[in-house]
Design a protein. Structure first.
Length: 281
């Protein structure tokens, strides 16, 4: 069982500090969602925790060790990440793409072993993509492609999976399909899931633990009831939200909301470099 937490983590781009001395522990075998306004540091945090980018100070601790000191292949056996915009899989079949998840386990000339093929078939089966194994990834729908990328992450056989906005560009049905798959992986296999979501009601419905960020700092971290409430959403998003109870899940949900006039400041008008940086975090 992997233990992951940050200590006074600060992350920035050039001279701009994005995440400021952030300390948080990711609950084991739970689903954690990170919410917050655009440019608050959600994606930056994910990238730093998974060592895609470096941090300026503080530490990310995985199983008692600073990830900076971890061997790359060993780290890839512990954590997998699905970025917001996965790299193009043009020309690859589904099976070929999923096989990339076995890279951390390959030796020598990188030939796939019997074990590798078994794990690939298992990942395809679990994600419901086995029938697509020999089809080009480009020929699949958005929801199908997203499930294939998740299959690749599963093929890494990691205890922790990070996903940066896994429902982006998907319609409502495909969003639900992907989120229910992640919930199934958590419940049936005990995978720790950490993902960035924009939809507050999806975050509340599928998460056990929510981290609400604003300006690179945690406003509130806790269970759904602690985070999805009027006061927290006012601080994080500058909205006046009406919170009710989801009749199916019995979790809090945002029924409607208004912008708090006179209290909201458009960061784009006061920060000339905001636009150029917001796409990266």
């Amino acid at each position: 069982m992997s233990c992951l937490y940050t200590e006074d983590l600060s992350i920035g781009y050039e001279e701009r500090l994005i995440v400021k001395e952030l300390s948080v522990k990711i609950p084991n075998n739970k689903i954690t969602t990170i919410i917050g306004p655009n440019g608050c540091g959600k994606s930056t945090l994910l990238k730093a925790i998974t060592r895609i980018i470096s941090h300026q100070s503080g530490a990310v601790i995985l199983d008692g060790e600073n990830i900076i000191k971890e061997n790359t292949k060993m780290l890839a056996k512990k954590i997998a990440i699905l970025p917001q915009t996965p790299e193009s899989a043009s020309g690859l079949t589904v099976g070929e793409l999923v096989s990339y998840g076995r890279f951390p386990y390959q030796k020598g000339f990188g030939r796939l072993t019997k074990k590798d093929y078994e794990v690939i078939d298992w990942a395809l089966e679990v994600t419901g993509t086995k029938d697509f194994k020999f089809r080009p990834v480009d020929a699949l729908s958005g929801g199908q492609r997203q499930r294939v990328w998740i299959a690749m992450a599963l093929a890494q056989e990691t205890e922790i999976i990070f996903l940066d906005e896994p429902t982006t560009y998907l319609d409502m049905a495909h969003q639900l399909e992907v989120l229910e798959l992640l919930q199934k992986l958590n419940e049936e296999q005990g995978r720790t899931i950490v993902m960035v979501l924009h939809d507050l009601n999806q975050a509340a419905r599928f998460a056990d633990f929510i981290i609400a960020l604003k300006d690179g700092e945690i406003v509130k971290a806790g269970d759904c009831e602690e985070v999805i409430n009027h006061n927290v959403l006012k601080k994080v998003f500058h909205i006046d939200a009406e919170i009710g109870l989801d009749p199916r899940t019995k979790k809090p949900m945002c029924i409607t909301y208004n912008l708090l006039k006179g209290e909201y400041k458009d960061e784009k008008t006061i920060d000339p470099i905001y636009s150029s940086l917001s796409a990266t975090y």
